[in-house]
Design a protein around this ligand. Structure first.
Ligand code: THU
Length: 141
C-alpha cells in the first residue's frame, strides 16, 4: 500500500493467515495459488480458504468460496467485515464473478476487499466496486 493507508492489526493478521492458506493451495493444474481470509463480525480469528483444484476441472473451488463455505459451516449466518485475497501476481487479482455472487449473499456493499501478493496488500476495493449489481432476493441486514 506504499504506506499511504495504515492497515489495522486485524487486517495485518488476516493477511498473514491468507498467505498461510495460500501455501496449502491444491493447484497442480493451473499452478495458480490463491489464499483468502474472511474476517467475520464477532469472530476473532479470520476464516481462511485456498483454491482446491480437481482433475475434473469444473469441480475446482476458488479460495474465496472455500472460505465462505467454512465460515458458514462454523459460524452460521455470517456478517463479513472484510476479505483478503492473495495470489502470486504483482498486479492485484480480483475475485471471480462466481465468488463475488457467493459473497453477495452475506457481504454488504461497502465491505472492504484487500488484494495482495506474498509481499504486501497492493489494493483496497469496496465490494460494490467489484460487483455493483449482485443478484439478491433479499436485502442484507
Ligand atoms: N481462483 C481462485 O481461487 N479465486 C478466484 O477468484 C479466481 C480463480 C483459482 C481457481 C483455479 O484454481 C485457479 O485460481 C486458476 O483459475
Amino acid at each position: 500500500m506504499n504506506g499511504i493507508m495504515k492497515l489495522t492489526k486485524d487486517v495485518q493478521s488476516a493477511f498473514k493467515a491468507a498467505l498461510k492458506a495460500r501455501q496449502r493451495s491444491h493447484s497442480p493444474y493451473s499452478k495458480f495459488k490463491v489464499g483468502a481470509a474472511l474476517k467475520i463480525k464477532g469472530v476473532a480469528e479470520p476464516v481462511t480458504g485456498c483454491n482446491v483444484e480437481n482433475a475434473s476441472f469444473g469441480a475446482t473451488i476458488c479460495a474465496e468460496r472455500a472460505a465462505i463455505g467454512r465460515a458458514v459451516s462454523e459460524h452460521g449466518r455470517i456478517k463479513p467485515e472484510f476479505l483478503i485475497v492473495v495470489t502470486g501476481e504483482k498486479k492485484p487479482t480480483v475475485p471471480c464473478g462466481l465468488c463475488l455472487q457467493a459473497l453477495a449473499e452475506f457481504a454488504g456493499d461497502d465491505m472492504p476487499v484487500y488484494l495482495g501478493n506474498e509481499k504486501a496488500i497492493t489494493k483496497i476495493m469496496r465490494f460494490k466496486d467489484l460487483l455493483p449489481n449482485p443478484f439478491r432476493s433479499f436485502k442484507v441486514k
